[in-house]
Design a binder for this molecule. Structure first.
Ligand SMILES: *Cc1c(COP(=O)(O)O)cnc(C)c1O
Length: 406
């Protein structure tokens, strides 16, 4: 046996997190040392930092196509932005006791809504999706009423990349006086956004999904939209989010936003072409593989392929041994044996959902990364199917017993 060199690392899990780009790190570094001041201070050491925060706010405004830089509220990330938006809407419209969300939201939205339904008596409308992950528009329309305080529906799904018609959904909610929030964490930086003439009241984003640092994000709050802060205390962020600013993080997010805006074209041309080649080659070379989600309305960087009759965890471990990082979809589902709530909502059969593997690319990927997966994955799937109790290598067909959702 020959010892092979450590394989080159291929990172295809960019919907879970992205690398913090060197230019982003470089802009952040002074804010840990020379520029350590508190931007609320009167003295020069503190006040000197404020313009850098303002510059970051303007960079985010540009990325979102927002009308005013004051519509950006910095937070600690996507999760805080989601919670802030949801709690704000309910407190701003206390007489309304209903919430609309979707069955495929990130847990940062779904868990909060479920908690509010279970423990605070809210009526929750969870709008389902079809087999391609497309939202049930009839059910959505039927749920809209003046009893609804908030709609919270994601712009693009983190597991499948499916894009929802968010502007249309927001327009539909408007006549009822509902506050409309969208989790835009996966959409931002991948599809062009223009919130200035939009019916969207609030949008969440996260820095570490767009090549910025972790632990920082923002909530877009449209001028005039009713808002109630989650954190009260100091007057930071115009009283909308108390707490001394994460100056280095905010500066990093600002730089990442600038680079994301410059990179959107690359995402939608080069990255999209790499994603399409990866998906096309894998589906052609591996029988019984199904692309999950809406392939037409989809983020340019994401493909989730369900390889039937194999365990997603086993695929990920064998890919990892080959130096390739992918995911089974929701990071939060890793470690549990049930397929994700997104696969279940799409009614992907259990034996396929179990082998669902997500490849999420970024501007940092190259054609060689794609080549590497195409080179190693077909053999991995063959080997796993040979061991699978749900697949008969002898007959080349599914075994008689197939597991199901609990
Ligand atoms: C990652 C992610 C979040 C959570 O963002 P954090 O900054 O990690 O808290 C929320 N929603 C979606 C769709 C995500 O992909």
């Amino acid at each position: 046996m020959t010892m092979s060199a450590v394989p080159r690392q291929v990172y295809l899990d960019n919907n879970a997190t992205t690398s913090c780009l060197p230019d982003v790190v470089a802009e952040m570094l002074p804010f840990f040392s020379e520029q350590f001041g508190n931007p609320s201070s009167i003295h020069a050491i503190g006040a000197g930092v404020a313009p850098s925060i303002q510059a970051a706010r303007e960079r985010l405004q540009k990325l979102l196509g927002a009308a005013h830089d004051s519509e950006i509220v910095f937070t600690s990330g996507g999760t805080e932005s989601d919670t802030t938006a949801i709690m704000s809407a309910l407190r701003a419209l206390p007489e309304r006791r209903e919430i609309i969300t979707s069955a495929v939201e990130h847990h940062a939205v779904l868990s909060v809504c479920e908690y509010l339904a279970k423990h605070e008596g809210y009526k929750l409308h969870v709008i389902g999706v079809d087999g391609q992950g497309r939202l049930d528009l009839k059910a959505y329309e039927a749920a809209l009423s003046e009893n609804v305080a908030l709609v919270s529906i994601m712009w693009a799904n983190n597991e499948t990349g499916t894009i929802f018609p968010i502007e249309h959904l927001a327009q539909m909610a408007k006549p009822f006086g509902i506050l409309f929030h969208t989790d835009g964490v996966q959409a931002v930086g991948k599809i062009p956004l223009r919130l200035s003439n939009s019916a969207i009241d609030m949008l969440s984003l996260s820095s570490h999904k767009i090549h910025g640092p972790k632990g920082v994000g923002a909530l877009y709050v449209k001028r005039g939209a009713k808002f109630r802060p989650l954190f009260r205390g100091g007057h930071q962020e115009r009283g909308r989010r108390a707490g001394t600013e994460n100056t280095a993080g905010i500066v990093g997010l600002g730089k990442a936003a600038e680079l994301a805006l410059a990179g959107i074209k690359d995402e939608n041309t080069r990255v999209r072409a790499m994603r399409d080649r990866l998906e096309g080659e894998l589906v052609a070379r591996i029988p019984n593989s199904i692309v999950a989600g809406d392939v037409d309305q989809r983020l340019p960087n994401t493909t989730t392929i369900a390889f039937e009759f194999v365990e997603g965890e086993a695929i990920l471990l064998m890919l990892s041994r080959a130096g390739i990082a992918a995911s089974s979809g929701s990071a939060c589902t890793s470690g549990s044996l049930e397929p994700s709530h997104v696969m279940r909502a799409m009614q992907i059969p259990f034996t396929a959902a179990h082998g669902a593997t997500r490849f999420s690319l970024s501007r940092e990927n190259s054609e060689q990364d794609v080549d590497r997966v195409i080179e190693v994955l077909p053999d991995i799937i063959n080997r796993l199917r040979a061991m699978s109790p749900y697949w008969s290598t002898a007959t080349g067909a599914p075994a008689a017993f197939q597991p199901a959702y609990s």
